[in-house]
Structure formats: structure tokens, C-alpha cells
Design a protein around this ligand. Structure first.
Ligand SMILES: [Zn+2]
Length: 251
């Protein structure tokens, strides 16, 4: 919740600035034409603005609700002053309360939704993909070998804590005692290079990848053979058309 207020702080700040500016415009009008509603508490435009700002956000009808007491209303009479107040009070309510404050809640709700989406995406990523190779759960669960699934893969083959243990082990071990592989990985870690991680690769899927390659090769070969046949058929058709055309011309 706090995050949904903090993240759009720039937009919220700008909306607040716009709110103050609009409030000031309304104040300039009321300072000039509705001076009496302030009951003398409006010696400077700043003081006037403070009152307008304060009254607008009050729950008792906003500006109109608070200013009403000092307006000399005549019951049942629709005079110029009443029209002026009718327009001013409603405009200030519609623009400053309805529109501006709803803009603020809109921004907060939007950010809230966005944050929830990001959270859900993270959760789906955490639960549906291997942390080490990034391959999705479905790929492992589709395996013909039912004893090998996503759970086995993430707990045995790509158990993420093993990688952490290995890094900790390398830090603890003396550089001079590294084996070839350890030196290689240590170098990569120092350069913040994670290419030693098996991205998009899993040993258990290697066999299947080869099979998949074979299947793709077969499909490609069949496609090539088919396309050759289509080419031959078109050539025959073209020859037949040419012959027919020649006969028609000679007749
Ligand atoms: Zn994996």
C-alpha cells in the first residue's frame, strides 16, 4: 500500500501542484468578487487562498458549506449573487473535489494494480520456472519418464542452493588450490558473468533435444520432397499448356 503511494510520487506531486494552482485561480476570483464570504479573514491573497484551500477539503459541503454562513442569502430570491455563488460553489466542487481528488485515487489504484500484476508475475515465474536454467515447468512435466518431473529437476539436478553452496565454497577455498573448473567459475563470478549457469539447458533434457532435432530433420526432409513433387507437377502443367497453346495457334 505504501509502495503504491511512493512509486507514483512524481505524478501525485504534479496533481497536487495542479490542485494548488487551480485552487489559487478560484481564490483570485473569490478574492475579487466574493470578498464578503471570507468575513474579513482575507486581507492578503495568501490568507484568502489558505481559507479556500481549507474550506474546499472540509466535509461539510466544501467551500460553499463553510462560506454559506456569511453570505446574505434572501430566501426564495434568485439574484445575481446567488447565481454567482451557485456557479462558483459547484465549479469548485466539481473541478477540485470530484475531478482532482479522483485523479489522485485513480493514480493510486492504478499503481496498486500494477504492483499486484508484477507480484503475480514474479510468483508465476518462481513456481513455474527453474531458477537456474529458466526452463518452464511444462517442459519437465511433459517428459515420458514420469519419475523425472519439475520437482525432481529443481530439487536434484538444478537445486539452486547447491549453486550458492558452490559459490560459498569457492570463496572459502584458497585460490591456489582451485581445480580447473573452479578457477574457470571463479573468474566468471569475479567478472559478474553468469554464462557458467546452464541457461535454457538441462542434462536430463539433452536426450530429448536430440530426439526433437531428429524429428525436425525428418519433417524438413519430407517438406523438401513434397516441394520437389509440387515443382515437377507445375512443370508438367506448364508444358501441357504450352503444347495446347501451340496447337491452337497453328490451327
Ligand atoms: Zn533447471
Amino acid at each position: 500500500m505504501v509502495k503504491s503511494l511512493w512509486l507514483p510520487r512524481k505524478q501525485l506531486g504534479l496533481v497536487f501542484l495542479l490542485y494548488i494552482i487551480l485552487n489559487y485561480f478560484f481564490t483570485l476570483y473569490s478574492y475579487s468578487y466574493l470578498y464578503d464570504v471570507y468575513d474579513g479573514d482575507c486581507t492578503t491573497s495568501l490568507l484568502c487562498w489558505r481559507n479556500t484551500f481549507d474550506w474546499t477539503l472540509k466535509g461539510n459541503g466544501g467551500f460553499g458549506g463553510t462560506a454559506q454562513g456569511v453570505t446574505p442569502y434572501v430566501m426564495g430570491v434568485w439574484n445575481t449573487e446567488r447565481t454567482q455563488r451557485f456557479i462558483f460553489d459547484n465549479l469548485i466542487n466539481i473541478i477540485l473535489i470530484l475531478i482532482m481528488l479522483n485523479m489522485v485515487s485513480g493514480i493510486i489504484i492504478d499503481t496498486f494494480g500494477l504492483l499486484r500484476e508484477i507480484q503475480e508475475e514474479k510468483l508465476a515465474d518462481k513456481e513455474g520456472k527453474c531458477f537456474i536454467c529458466g526452463l518452464s515447468k511444462e517442459i519437465f512435466d511433459r517428459q515420458a519418464d514420469s519419475s523425472y518431473n519439475f520437482g525432481v529437476h529443481t530439487k536434484k539436478e538444478h537445486y539452486m542452493w547447491n549453486y550458492v553452496f558452490f559459490i560459498a565454497y569457492l570463496r572459502d577455498k584458497d585460490d591456489t588450490e582451485y581445480t580447473g573448473i573452479e578457477s574457470y567459475v571463479d573468474e566468471k563470478i569475479k567478472n559478474i558473468d553468469f554464462s557458467w549457469f546452464p541457461f535454457n539447458r538441462a542434462f536430463a533434457l539433452k536426450h530429448n533435444d536430440e530426439n526433437e532435432g531428429e524429428v525436425k530433420k525428418e519433417v524438413l526432409e519430407k517438406f523438401n520432397a513434397d516441394s520437389d513433387e509440387v515443382k515437377r507437377n507445375i512443370k508438367t502443367l506448364y508444358d501441357a499448356c504450352s503444347t495446347l497453346n501451340a496447337r491452337i495457334s497453328s490451327n
